[in-house]
Design a protein around this ligand. Structure first.
Ligand code: EPZ
Length: 428
């Protein structure tokens, strides 16, 4: 079993470059399938992570031609895409491929997808996706007993859609389905994440007519055809935030390159409350932490621009070693505290109850053998290990490698004592 061996207590110093955003490239790779022309779409700064490899496999299984270029670029030609059925082993490995429903309905008028399973952080409902797609005219049949959803439509017709909750995936799914719909679609109470702005930008670069991404109302005017383009995805704000928390936990002085500070405002402000010194520059950010972090009153996760749920676990790892007691309220997912038990094995003092965690900071966490339950819980264990006394073994790297490219190599360059040992993990 592949695992990290981390010896804590080493300060981090130097510069790390942040790669392209996982949660942007995944919907972008789906959106590219809307291009029926023989033009290519070239995507730059694509992170080499497991979820991207999975998405590339799904695109190929549908008939698109996808090839890697050196330097982390992908070339996609989706002219010959013909299959509307997603392989369910692939689907089950990455539930977020649900946003292919909108693309396949928009492009082919039908889609067959297996019900995306829940995962370690919650049941991951898709009711808002299905409600929005049927409002556009899709006929949806859920064969729950076999675990499949089949949907088809003669054509999609634009309409006004109000989301009960600003779901990121539902906003993306409906937006992509509406690209070829007849007339205008307005999504109200839309998610405002930067990754949705990225999705709007690439689709408009391909000839779509979308306005309002980044606000709670997005207007999509249906078009007939899209064409190729070249596009660079935004930097990964969650990876950037994770590195900032590594510095807060282990102390040090680090430059992050290729970041958009505006995407990290809630994180920067919360880390400043712990005593971190953070300086923003154009396209980069500097963080210095010289003392033990101070506790914060409350961390409340919220849809963007609130504190991101994906950084709740790494932030808990920082607060576990802070001076004082902090409260964390997880408002986005109903079961996203699996990492607390693992942190408590490292001498953290964390009590969770429903969506609330009370984190009583201890002077030093101590190394232990811990296991990642999901992607961001794994990141939290690495953050904790960097600041802990002694040696920590972090197991379950296949979770971490879903969203972090070269995490160990980057941390090593910053002076951490981390090495990857053991055989290749079985596929998740
Ligand atoms: C996206 O997931 C991200 N994934 C998640 O990142 C992120 O945590 C989440 O947005 C919130 O920011 C990708 O972009 C690939 P949601 P998504 O729909 O779209 C409920 C990571 O670690 N809901 O905004 O699934 C849902 O159950 C991953 O990188 C419904 O009830 O998030 C959850 O409680 C984890 N019905 C809440 O909304 C629906 O139809 C937020 O979900 C859809 C969602």
């Amino acid at each position: 079993m592949e695992r990290y061996l981390i010896r804590g207590g080493r300060q981090l110093k130097g510069t790390v470059r942040i790669g392209g955003a996982k949660n942007s490239i995944l919907p972008v790779l789906a959106a590219v399938l809307l291009n029926r022309s023989s033009d290519e779409v070239v995507l730059h700064d694509v992170p080499r992570i497991r979820d991207v490899y999975l998405m590339v496999e799904i695109l190929r299984s549908l008939g698109a031609r996808v090839s890697w270029q050196d330097g982390g670029s992908l070339v996609v030609n989706s002219r010959d895409m013909s299959s509307y059925s997603i392989d369910d082993t692939l689907m089950r490995q990455m539930r977020s491929s649900i946003f292919l429903m909108g693309v396949l309905l928009g492009r082919l008028g039908q889609v067959r997808i297996s019900y995306p399973g829940g995962c370690a952080i919650g049941q991951r409902a898709i009711d808002l996706h299905l409600k929005g797609l049927s409002a556009l005219g899709a006929h949806i049949r859920e064969q729950r007993e076999q675990g499949y959803i089949y949907a088809n439509c003669r054509h999609l017709t634009g309409c006004d859609i109000m989301l009960d909750y600003p779901s990121v995936g539902a906003t993306e799914n409906i937006l992509m389905a509406a690209v070829f719909a007849r007339g205008v679609t307005v999504i109200s109470n839309a998610a405002k994440e930067p990754e949705i702005v990225d999705l709007q930008n690439i689709l408009n670069a391909m000839g779509a007519r979308i306005r309002g991404a980044g606000t709670d109302q997005i207007r999509i005017e249906g078009v007939q055809q899209l064409h190729g383009t070249e596009f660079t995805v935004i930097p990964d704000r969650i990876v950037a935030g994770t590195f900032m928390m590594c510095v807060a936990a282990a102390r040090g002085d680090v430059w992050l390159e290729n970041v958009i500070p505006a995407h990290l405002e809630a994180v920067t402000s919360k880390l400043r409350e712990t005593g971190a010194e953070i300086r923003e520059d154009s396209g980069r950010l500097h963080i210095r932490c010289r003392e033990r972090p101070r506790a914060v009153d409350t961390v409340r996760t919220l849809p963007y621009p609130g504190f991101p749920t994906d950084l709740q676990a790494p932030m808990m790892a920082v607060l576990a070693g802070a001076e004082g007691t902090s409260i964390i309220i997880e408002n986005v997912f109903e079961a996203r505290f699996m990492h607390a038990a693992e942190l408590n094995r490292m001498n953290a003092q964390i009590i969770t109850d429903g969506r609330t965690a009370v984190v009583r900071g201890v002077p030093r966490l101590t190394g232990a053998v811990v296991t990642a339950s999901d992607l961001r819980a794994g990141a939290a264990l690495v953050v904790a290990a960097l600041g802990a006394e002694g040696e920590t073994t972090v197991e379950g790297l296949h979770h971490i490698e879903r969203g972090y490219e070269n995490l160990d190599a980057d941390l090593l360059k910053l002076g951490a004592s981390i090495e990857k040992i053991g055989g290749q993990d079985p596929p998740a």
